[in-house]
Design a protein around this ligand. Structure first.
Ligand code: NAD
Length: 492
């Protein structure tokens, strides 16, 4: 990481940062593996000057050439995915299989947007004046500020950047303080694009704020927690910049008696413990029908116990949490639940054999809906399970939330599935297929989870503006103009 440590990626080059530095710590070992620099106002100005130039060059290219360049990005991301995956596992801990997967999954969104962006760039309307051409032309916004969290840095940056670039914009990304090296390493996949089109400046919230508030950035794509999202949305609103906001989730997971129990239990374990529970769409609240509750709890506890916890570069299923601070936060949530009467079925502790890292055991708890653990985002390896009488109660509980990202139901009763799809107040509903996504359909949430959508045609629209264009074939005077005829006067 010599090339990337304490550097930014500005104008297609690694540039040593001149601001204060913060260590990057491997959460599996506690070792410092690199540093990141906090970008200064001068460095941010330099990056924005470069992006302004590059965006003009990019938009002047043909749509076909832009598409070809984006396919090349996707190829490079796939070629580099083992390298970026190793860096990602070292800086935030997730199993290498998951880190390696991100490169290909992110590349897939570049391929999708490479093609749909050249499919259309506006539309022609029936003319309001005979013989004229009336249309809406879609234009890029300019420079997009991308602010991403630590949990899926390659994937989530890719979702934002692929749509923004395809729409003709430049992108400056501010990575999470926990995962700056991954995106810096990834930048080699973009070095064939106009210099400055995609750049990385590192730092904390202050750097994100400077980018969002800057006079010469034009749109924002944010993924992260609710308080940070609110701060970003407030700053963006000062200059009326469009802001795509993807914030927290606390997804419900409903299990009904018609579901095959083995699939429901394995799906639940994956939804709760993938990436050590640090997925915006992690299943955070389980509502299980009383007739299958005991079987589900014992099955999920057995699955949780069987998961191998350890360093993400080893043969394991679950890595550490991304930092000691995150681990301590999750530990407090468990302690509070126990104080409120929760029963810890398995887990609930730091594994004794892994004291150097930020590890926490996959945990299954029996809870009631009124406990705090069911009313926030845990963002850790916790599966709190609550017994419900019927589907009415499950849906009511699922909807009793300030957040509205996703929801899962396991059922093979079609009527129950339809009810869940229609009645759950979230942006995503998964029936028997937890946590999957598709580049071609929009991803996002309701309520405090945010505003706007990523992926699909909707995702492209986030980064384009409409221009109304009217063309008369010849320059003729219009009968509507002055002078007005006297016969139209009130007292004619
Ligand atoms: P975070 O909010 O702490 O940080 C996210 C990013 O925002 C980081 O780059 C951070 O430096 C920056 N930031 C923080 N405060 C800021 C401010 N005031 N102004 C500008 N930038 C600021 O989130 P995190 O801990 O990295 O990630 C976890 C959160 O992200 C969870 O809540 C999770 O649900 C959410 N998330 C949501 C989605 C989604 O699609 N809805 C996807 C992944 C993660």
């Amino acid at each position: 990481m010599r090339e990337t440590s304490a550097h930014h990626w500005i104008n297609n080059d690694y540039v040593a940062g001149s601001g204060p530095r913060t260590p990057v710590i491997n959460p599996a070992t506690g070792e410092t593996i690199a540093e990141f620099a906090h970008a200064t106002a001068h460095e941010i100005d330099k990056a924005i000057e470069a992006s302004t130039r590059a965006q003009r060059e990019w938009w002047a290219m043909s749509a076909l050439d832009r598409a070809a360049a984006m396919h090349r990005v996707a190829d490079r991301m796939v070629e580099m995915s083992r390298t970026t995956g190793e860096v990602l596992t070292r800086e935030m801990g997730k199993p290498f299989r998951e880190s390696n997967w991100e490169g290909g999954a992110s590349a897939s969104s570049f391929r999708y947007y490479a093609e749909i962006a050249r499919n259309e760039q506006g539309r022609v309307a029936g003319p309001a004046i005979a013989g004229q051409l009336h249309m809406v032309v879609k234009e890029p916004l300019g420079t997009i500020v991308s602010i991403v969290p630590f949990n899926f840095p390659i994937l989530l940056f890719g979702w934002q950047a692929a749509a923004a670039l395809a729409a003709g914009n430049a992108v400056i990304v501010k990575p999470s303080e926990l995962t700056p090296m991954t995106l810096l390493t990834l930048m080699r996949a973009f070095d064939h694009l106009p210099a400055g089109l995609v750049q990385v400046v590192t730092g904390g919230a202050e750097v994100g704020q400077m980018l969002v508030a800057h006079e010469h950035t034009h749109g924002v794509a944010f993924t992260g927690s609710v308080p940070a999202a609110q701060a970003v949305a407030r700053a963006a609103s000062q200059r009326f910049k469009p802001a795509l906001i993807e914030a927290s989730g606390n997804d419900a997971f409903i299990v009904m008696p018609s579901a095959p129990m083995d699939a429901a239990v394995r799906g639940a374990a994956f939804a709760a413990f993938l990436n050590c529970g640090q997925v915006c769409t992690s299943a955070e609240r389980f509502y299980v029908h009383e007739s299958v509750y005991d079987e589900f709890v014992s099955g999920l506890a057995a699955m949780a116990k069987s998961l191998r916890v350890g360093n993400g570069l080893d043969k394991i299923d679950v890595g550490p949490m991304a930092s000691v601070r995150e681990r301590d936060r999750v530990e407090k949530i468990v302690n509070r639940a126990v104080e409120q009467g929760a029963n810890v079925v398995t887990g609930g502790r730091r594994p004794a054999a892994l004291s150097a890292g930020a590890f926490f055991e996959p945990t299954v708890l029996e809870v009631s809906h009124d406990m705090d653990i069911m009313h926030g985002e845990c963002f850790g390896p916790l599966a709190p399970v609550c017994k419900v009488r019927d589907l009415d109660e499950a849906i009511a509980r699922a909807n009793d939330s300030q957040l509205g990202l996703g929801a899962n139901i396991y059922t093979e009763d079609l009527a129950e599935a339809f009810r869940a799809v229609n009645e759950i107040e979230t942006g995503i509903v998964w029936v028997n297929t937890p946590l999957n996504d598709n580049d071609a359909i929009p991803f996002g949430g309701r309520k405090f989870t945010g505003a706007g959508r990523e992926l699909g045609a909707e995702g492209l629209e986030q980064f384009r503006r409409s221009k109304m264009v009217m063309i008369a074939p010849t320059a003729q005077p219009d009968p509507e103009w002055f002078p007005y005829p006297d016969s139209d006067a009130f007292n004619a």
